[in-house]
Design a protein around this ligand. Sequence first.
Ligand code: T46
Length: 138
Amino acid sequence: MEKTDLIKIIDAPLVSDPRGNLIFLEGNKQIPFSIKRIYWMFDLEEDGKRGFHAHRNTVQVLFCTAGKCLIKVDDGKEKSELWLDTPNKGILLDKKVWHSMEKFQEGTTILVLANKEYDESDYLRNYDDFVKYVNCNQ
Ligand code: T46
């Protein structure tokens, strides 16, 4: 996994013993906010693409708990991408970061922790609107 200036990698503690592995996360500790919502994605089409939006106020951490996928991020100035491929390494996606996910390996599961409840009005789903919003809300 590659670290970029645009995104912060979140390391979750991994406890291994002869029975297997256990990874845990706590709000306001490894996750730098109070967790208001958790969702996960699975049975992902290998050629599918998801995301292509930014959030006005929602901050999230994404983990690929199984498999791997490519995450692309863009803050309106800089673009970056990285493979999310390690179960205990997550990505902090800040607000006002355009993001997308693709190239899902078979069996991939993505777990997301968010600081806000779901609110469609928090989404910027049009790229030009996103750029305008970022430029007006720096
Ligand atoms: C994000 C990326 C990483 C809800 O009703 N509640 C929810 O909490 C979520 C996350 C989604 N939905 C509904 C909204 C849509 O009708 O589920 C449907 C699929 O959502 P969307 O097309 O936004 O899914 P993705 O995979 O493109 O994006 C999701 C999150 O929505 C988004 O916040 O940052 O994962």
